[in-house]
Design a protein around this ligand. Structure first.
Ligand SMILES: C[S@@+](CC[C@H](N)C(=O)[O-])C[C@H]1O[C@@H](n2cnc3c(N)ncnc32)[C@H](O)[C@@H]1O
Length: 307
């Protein structure tokens, strides 16, 4: 029997067909993710593909963007394996090259990142942790409004809104392209009336509003001073609230400028920012192929503000 022959899986079958022409190497990651993550992955991935990418041209562009994103990451990771450091780059340089670069964000970065959330095992495991640990707490605590900082593709905001029909959210980012992409992602699921986006850098413009739940996924490694961001996140969170914060370790990308080698380096910064780690999750992207090879990994943490 063909894989993904069931009508509910048609969006994934279509994705595979489009990958045939322009990203054959990526097909394997679709089959691997389906085998590892099962029906919940298939349902969410199919919904995202069919609701966000409503025509084949847009989906084909996303496949091409993902292929370019993967090739670029692999090239940078090979260089990192040799040099064991990220090329020196200031935050301002990374922002100009990536977050404010219209063509790069639209064509490669945002579609690449969105598909990676489903196709890279450590990215999807991080989503599973968010769904199984943080979202149930948000519902039990009856959180009415959350904030996400550094929304990127908007996937974490959309998952939170999907989990609770009474929830409202605010997405903050410095990049107008990320904010537009997130707004259309959230709108494609019918949640636009419960969500606002705002161009804001919480380090420079902290704001007055406090939220019971604050989410920040894969932003720390993008900064020269991640502790300043952690303090900003703490400032956004009410005293009895919780934060879901992640960091990418040993992962070379165009906009990764702060190199975390070990989880302890992140935990020390969490402590320095006046936050307490309640729980965490850690996953490698793949097993090392030789002793000492640095491997990209995801560290996700649930934090509480210290008094
Ligand atoms: C790798 S993406 C984050 C991934 C995203 N959370 C997702 O789930 O798709 C990094 C994002 O952080 C944003 N960013 C970088 N510096 C920021 C800052 N100081 N404040 C808010 N957002 C920032 C970038 O514009 C970009 O959209």
């Amino acid at each position: 029997m063909n894989a993904f022959a069931n009508p509910a899986q048609a969006p994934i079958a279509k994705l595979l067909t489009l990958m045939d022409g322009s990203a054959r190497f990526a097909r394997e990651s679709v089959h691997r993710a389906a085998a590892e993550f099962g029906p919940a992955w298939e349902t969410d991935f199919s919904a995202m593909l069919s609701q966000f990418y409503t025509d084949d041209t847009a989906l084909l562009d996303a496949v091409k963007g993902y292929a370019a994103f993967v090739m670029d990451s692999m090239r940078r990771q090979k260089r990192f394996e040799k040099e064991l450091s990220y090329p020196a780059k200031t935050y301002a340089e990374a922002a100009a090259e990536v977050y404010y670069n219209d063509d790069y964000m639209r064509r490669q970065y945002l579609p690449g990142l969105l598909l990676s959330h489903y196709l890279w095992p450590h990215h999807y495991q991080q989503i599973e942790y968010f769904k199984s640990y943080f979202l149930p707490w948000m519902r039990a605590r009856q959180v009415l409004e959350f904030a996400e900082v550094g929304v990127g593709t908007g996937i974490y905001s959309r998952l939170a809104l999907q989990n609770d029909v009474g929830l409202r959210g605010v997405g903050l980012d410095i990049s107008p392209l990320s904010l537009q992409f997130t707004a259309s992602h959230v709108a494609s699921f019918g949640f636009a009336s419960r969500y606002q986006t705002r161009q804001q850098n919480i380090i420079e413009q902290p704001g007055e509003q406090r939220f019971a739940a604050v989410v920040c996924v894969e932003v720390l490694e993008h900064l020269e001073d991640p502790v300043a961001l952690l303090k900003g996140l703490k400032g956004l969170c009410s005293n009895d609230g919780k934060l879901f914060v992640t960091a990418a370790l040993n992962a070379a990308h165009a906009d990764h400028i702060y190199l975390y080698r070990q989880p302890q380096e992140v935990w020390d910064q969490v402590e320095a920012a006046g936050l307490h780690m309640e729980n965490c999750f850690f996953a490698n992207a793949y097993a090392p192929t030789s002793p000492g090879q640095p491997v990209p990994s995801a560290l996700a943490m649930v934090l509480t503000p210290k008094a």
